[in-house]
Design a protein around this ligand. Structure first.
Ligand code: PLP
Length: 488
């Protein structure tokens, strides 16, 4: 017998207990004082890498030393998504119950590929997704599955649409088939880039995605969609799916899902709704209309890791035709056959990946700990704060708003009125302003482009962001705008 007792390796129970307590203290402190760090990391490219040895150690090291290096080398290279001044992209939150759930998930290390490899992984996923579905007001005909990200959810949606249109694709593929005309997918020109990546990965080619123009409020034009489908059919192409977005990435605009659903029904196309960010707003009774028409979608994605206080990653995918998805993806090698197959769900049948993390635990704990009421209050507060900021912009002489504010994101720019400035000048000015404000370390904002206009973007989604942080962002923007404007 080999005796590994004196070989360095896993931690003994007492050390684990000690470091566990120490880390919980550290995390509690971090979550309540994340403002002491600059939001956007200040390291230079290569700095973290170069501060670390080129090779793994031959001999195990002391955990105190490892933790010291975590603080010294790793932490400065972190951009603090859990900082209340994080107002970029879609601001998110790793809430405390979610962090604790992740701790348990890591400890259990349960892998949910089969029902038997941890029945609770499969069944809790079913329960948590049914709770979330009810809160969103979606019908029971939607079956859910958890993936890592919305990109993966949309990839599965479009793979299933492809399978529905060409059922032998799984066997024969698409290449060199005179019997299958080029397939077409449609989305607005404001849809997320994950849709582009999905068609590329599915062998439809980027040219297989047709971008439909948007109206003045950045929503897909249903009449343009109808016309594009007719043109493509006349040209011998085969439309298979439409992706509508509820909460586009740049402006959070909402495509007209009811009108798009009518077109999909008449044309027999798969309708996938990307509600990754904004879908959760439908939990508010006065925002139920957020998901209007989505009950008629074939599939829909909502990301709890965006605006539902869930630590990254967790994407909730709902499908009314999960059997088609299973037809597209299930494949059981001998070594994964089980006697209970048929009587239970095996999560490996619902997608590409075999192994699955126990993600449902954090969603379940968050839904319980916050309660629907706690979630609704926070979502409403974020939308109010965005409204307040939009009001400040609207009232200001030298800033202008560039898009409506349906949820918690404001698109705007600095536009001094006393001088004629080209689009190029405005872009340079706003880009400098963005860098200057982000360099303060107090807040972090990101940008986008709308109709060729460089736009600053302020997104509220962190649980600890209050009016104080939004007001500070506005103060910094004004201060730096004055300085940069004066120099321009
Ligand atoms: C509308 C929309 N869909 C999809 C995504 C992709 O999300 P994920 O990072 O979960 O793949 C994003 C990311 O911001 C998004 O804004």
């Amino acid at each position: 017998m080999v005796d590994l007792k004196h070989v360095p390796g896993d931690m003994d129970t007492e050390s684990f207990r000690r470091y566990g307590h120490e880390l919980v203290e550290w995390i509690a402190d971090y979550l309540s004082h994340s403002e002491r760090y600059p939001v956007l990391s200040r390291v230079q490219p290569g700095e973290v890498r170069d501060a670390l040895p080129k090779r793994a150690p031959e001999h195990g090291e002391d955990f105190d030393l490892i933790l010291a290096d975590f603080e010294r080398v790793i932490l400065p290279g972190i951009t603090h998504w859990n900082h209340p001044g994080f107002l970029g992209y879609f601001a998110i939150t790793g809430s405390s119950p979610g962090v604790l759930a992740e701790f348990l998930t890591a400890a259990l290390n349960a892998q949910g590929m089969l029902w038997r490899t941890s029945p609770a992984v499969t069944e809790l996923e079913e329960v948590a997704l049914a709770w979330l579905r009810q809160l969103l007001g979606l019908p029971a005909s939607f079956e859910g599955v958890i993936y890592d990200t919305a990109s993966t959810s949309s990839l599965h949606a479009l793979a299933t649409a492809r399978h529905a249109a060409v059922p032998d694709v799984r066997q024969r593929g698409l290449a060199g088939r005179p019997d299958v005309p080029p397939l077409r997918v449609y989305c607005s020109d404001h849809a997320h880039s994950s849709i582009d990546k999905a068609v590329m990965a599915l062998g439809l080619g980027h040219a297989g995605l047709r971008k439909i123009s948007a109206d003045e409020a950045y929503r897909m034009r249903a009449d343009a969609l109808q016309q594009a489908i007719a043109e493509d059919r006349a040209a011998g192409l085969r439309p298979i799916a439409v992706v509508a977005t509820v909460g586009t990435t740049s402006t959070t605009s909402v495509d007209p899902v009811p009108a798009i659903a009518d077109i999909c029904a008449a044309e027999q196309l798969w309708l996938h709704v990307d509600a990754a960010y904004a879908g959760v707003a439908a939990m508010l009774p006065d925002r139920r209309d957020t998901l209007a028409g989505c009950d008629r979608a074939d599939s829909l994605v909502v990301n709890p890791h965006k605006w539902l206080f869930t630590p990254f990653d967790l994407s909730a995918f709902y499908c009314r035709r999960m059997d088609t998805l299973r037809e597209a993806f299930s494949l059981t090698p001998e070594y994964l056959k089980t006697s209970e197959a048929g009587a239970v769900r095996n999560l490996m049948d619902t997608g590409v990946q075999l192994g699955r993390r126990f993600r449902a635990l954090k969603l379940w704990m968050i839904l319980r700990y916050f309660g629907a009421e706690g979630i609704r209050e926070r979502l409403a507060t974020h939308m109010q704060l965005a409204g307040t900021f939009a009001h400040w912009v609207d009232e200001s002489r030298d800033f202008e708003r560039l898009a409506p504010v349906p949820f918690s994101v404001v698109c705007f720019r600095f536009h001094p009125r006393d001088r004629p400035l080209s689009e190029q000048d405005l872009e340079a000015l706003n880009s400098r302003l963005l860098d200057a404000v982000n360099r303060t370390g107090e807040v972090f904002l990101s940008h986008t482009k709308l109709d060729g206009r460089f736009s600053l973007r302020l997104a509220i989604g962190h649980i600890r962001t209050t009016e104080r942080h939004v007001a500070r962002a506005w103060e910094l923007l004004q201060q730096h705008a004055e300085r940069i404007g004066g120099q321009a």
